[in-house]
Design a binder for this molecule. Structure first.
Ligand SMILES: [Zn+2]
Ligand SMILES: [Zn+2]
Length: 110
């Protein structure tokens, strides 16, 4: 699903989409205009409502320091990384990846 950060990008003052940036739960916020990725902090994650019980989800981190949403009503947990698309789907041309995430020929490992 598409999630937008609460803050605008510092480069273009455009909305920022939250995307999977690396395997293993690391997410970033990418400028919708130019694709520039930046770190996202807890208070920039959007407010979401639990579909089951309509409670406002609480942002937190799991034991691996990855962001999760927790429902105070039914105790459901949502791993933010699972919710958002991979950055490549939207930022194929301008997106930045870590070199170590790629094979020698430039293809990404995941
Ligand atoms: Zn930008
Ligand atoms: Zn719930």
């Amino acid at each position: 699903m598409k999630l937008l950060s609460k803050s605008l990008s510092s480069c273009c003052h455009a909305p920022q989409m939250i995307v999977q940036s690396r395997q293993g739960g690391f997410i970033s916020q990418d400028c919708e205009k130019c694709g520039k990725p930046s770190f996202i902090s807890e208070n920039e994650l959007p407010d979401l409502i639990c579909k089951k019980c309509k409670c406002k989800l609480i942002v937190g981190k799991n034991y691996r320091k990855n962001y999760i949403y927790t429902c105070p009503g039914c105790k459901s947990e949502f791993f933010v990384w699972d919710l958002v698309p991979n950055w490549q789907k939207y930022f194929d041309e301008n997106g930045l990846g870590l070199f170590s995430d790629c094979y020698d020929d430039g293809r990404r490992k995941f």
